[in-house]
Design a protein around this ligand. Structure first.
Ligand SMILES: Cc1cc2nc3c(=O)[nH]c(=O)nc-3n(C[C@H](O)[C@H](O)[C@H](O)COP(=O)(O)O)c2cc1C
Length: 216
């Protein structure tokens, strides 16, 4: 009995020593493994927290579209005039959390965002399915609408107009953000909730991450 308890307590944690000096290669690996497993409809889904200048928080799910290890950054796309867009315009600090339950993994990043360039936004917008591009025009994300039929008829109008114009350009209020991480925490589930928490932090412009182990 005591033996099996001790076995659980000392069972090896997910990330072995020596710990990586940079968390981004491992974060990339974790997302690739979750995606390859086929177990998740959206392995790249993450909760994105923003806040108003007077510190009122809000959170929603968005899709991570790229991990950029060389920039210590990740990207996501949305409507710049949505609630999150307006909150980020007023307060560029943001936090995200991924959860991959089958692997017993969570990843958290905190930092500041900047908008992607028009060229980056146009390039990504062109890769989106046609219905998503139509939706970006038809939906003034986060604003109240009188009924669903308002949205549907606006989407139908955009679809008809775009057939005439032979294309659907990116609306100027739609685009991406790059979250530059100042803090990355990689969490792995362990027996008895003695989870492993590794947190890397980096001051702005500092070349190196500092790493610490946190209590679960
Ligand atoms: C799995 C999933 C993925 C989503 N991906 C995105 C996304 O990449 N970008 C986006 O703007 N909204 C996405 N959404 C919708 C958002 O959760 C949210 O409803 C929307 O962005 C409006 O948020 P806001 O009013 O706080 O700005 C996604 C929702 C789910 C459930």
């Amino acid at each position: 009995m005591l033996g099996s308890i001790i076995d659980g307590i000392v069972s090896p944690p997910g990330i072995a020593e020596p710990y990586p000096s940079d968390p981004f290669p491992l974060l990339t690996q974790w997302l690739e493994e979750a995606t390859r497993s086929g177990a998740y409809a959206d392995a790249n889904a993450m909760a994105l927290a923003t806040a108003t200048p007077d510190a009122q928080p809000s959170v929603r799910i968005v899709l991570c579209k790229a991990i950029e290890p060389e920039r210590h950054a990740i990207t996501f796309f949305t409507n710049y005039e949505s609630r999150k867009g307006l909150e980020l315009a007023a307060n560029p600090h943001a936090a995200v959390a991924f959860h991959w339950p089958n692997e017993g993994r969570q990843a958290r990043l905190e930092g500041t965002v900047e908008r992607l360039s028009d060229d980056e936004n146009d390039a990504y917008f062109r890769t989106r399915p046609i219905l998503s591009r139509i939706g970006a025009h038809a939906s003034r994300q986060s604003r109240p609408i009188a009924s669903r039929s308002v949205l549907v008829s606006e989407a139908a109008r955009v679809a008809a107009a775009s057939c005439l114009e032979l294309g659907i350009a990116r609306p100027p209020y739609w685009g991406g953000y790059r979250l530059h991480a100042r803090s990355v925490e990689l969490w792995t589930a362990c027996e008895g909730r003695l989870h492993q928490r590794l947190r890397w932090q980096r001051a702005p412009a500092a070349p190196m991450w500092t790493l610490e182990l946190l209590s679960p």
